[in-house]
Design a protein around this ligand. Structure first.
Ligand code: ZN
Length: 277
C-alpha cells in the first residue's frame, strides 16, 4: 500500500538510473529535502521528462512508500530553463542548487531555503547584477539560515558596535574584531610574531594558533549586515563596485568553504568557467 502526497518544492538534482528512469532530489516546504524515483522519466513521451529536471519549481505528487518516494506527476510553476543560455550564470545556478542540497535536511521545514533559492535564481537572470555578488549574498544568507552566521555586528572582545574605525575579519574567530582588540591580542600573546605581510593583512599567534586577520572596510561590513538582515525581496536590490566585491569575496568565500566538510562537485566546474571567462 502506498499513500499519495503533494509537496511544493524545487528539483535540486537529477541522476539517470537504469535505462529510462531518474532519481531526483527535491527540496520541499513540507518534508525538507527528499529524494524520489521518477520511473520512465527519460522516455521521450513521459510526462515526467520535463518536470524531473534541476531548476524546476512546482508541486510534486508522490507515492509515499515505506522507504522511499516515487514521483507520480508534477505541475511546474517556474522552470529556469533560460538559465541554460547564461554563461557562466548556469554554473552558478548548479553551484547554488548543490549548496542547498548540502544544507537541506529531510523532515525539516525548508521554506526559507526554497524561497532564497528562488530569488537567487531570479537574480542570476538579471544582467545588471554581477554573478559574483549574487554568490556572496547567497552564501552569506545561507550561512545565516543554517545558524552559522559569522560575527559581524560588534567586536566579540570589547563589545564595541561596528563603526567607522578600523576592523578586521578573522576566519579563525569566525568574524570581526576591532583594531584595538586585535592589536592587544597580538601584543599579549604575539611572541613578537606579528607581521604585516601585505597591506590590510595582519598575522600573529594567539590563543594557541596562528591567526590571519584581514582588514575590512566599514562599507563591506555594512553590506554584509544588510545581506543577513534584509527581507528576501530586498536581497538582490543592491550592487557593489569591484573593490567592495573583492572584499566580500575575500571574507565570505573562505568562510563558506570552512563550513562545508566536503568539496562540492559543481565548484571546480564553476571556478574553471570563471577563470576562463
Ligand atoms: Zn574590540
Amino acid at each position: 500500500m502506498s499513500e499519495t502526497i503533494t509537496v511544493q518544492g524545487a528539483v535540486l538534482s537529477a541522476m539517470p538510473v537504469g535505462e529510462y528512469d531518474r532519481r531526483i532530489v527535491i527540496l520541499t516546504r513540507e518534508r525538507g529535502k527528499i529524494s524520489a524515483f521518477a520511473k520512465g522519466a527519460r522516455r521521450q513521451n513521459s510526462p515526467l521528462l520535463a518536470v524531473s529536471n534541476p531548476f524546476v519549481f512546482g508541486s510534486f505528487t508522490l507515492y509515499e512508500g515505506r522507504t522511499s518516494y516515487s514521483l507520480r506527476e508534477a505541475s511546474v510553476t517556474r522552470y529556469f530553463a533560460d538559465l541554460a543560455s547564461l554563461y557562466p550564470g548556469v554554473y552558478y545556478g548548479y553551484y547554488f542548487l548543490e549548496l542547498a542540497d548540502y544544507f537541506g535536511k529531510e523532515g525539516l521545514d525548508e521554506k526559507e531555503m526554497l524561497n532564497l533559492l528562488y530569488v537567487t535564481l531570479l537574480a542570476l537572470m538579471n544582467p545588471s547584477l554581477p554573478d559574483r555578488l549574487i554568490r556572496c549574498a547567497f552564501e552569506l544568507r545561507i550561512m545565516k539560515e543554517q545558524g552559522l552566521m559569522p560575527w559581524i555586528f560588534s567586536c566579540p572582545v570589547c563589545g564595541k558596535k561596528t563603526d567607522h574605525s578600523k576592523w578586521y575579519f578573522t576566519q579563525d574567530d569566525h568574524g570581526l574584531i576591532c583594531e584595538d582588540c586585535l592589536g592587544r591580542r597580538l601584543g599579549f600573546e604575539g611572541n613578537a610574531s606579528e607581521t604585516i605581510s601585505s597591506p590590510g593583512k595582519r598575522e600573529g599567534f594567539y590563543g594557541g594558533r596562528q591567526v590571519k586577520a584581514l582588514r575590512i572596510s566599514y562599507a563591506a561590513i555594512r553590506m554584509m549586515q544588510y545581506i543577513v538582515s534584509c527581507t528576501l525581496k530586498k536581497l538582490y536590490t543592491f550592487t557593489a563596485e569591484e573593490r567592495l566585491l573583492r572584499e566580500l569575496e575575500a571574507v565570505i568565500l573562505p568562510y563558506t568553504a570552512a563550513n562545508i566538510d566536503r568539496r562540492l562537485k559543481s565548484l571546480p566546474i564553476l571556478e574553471t568557467m570563471i577563470d576562463s571567462g
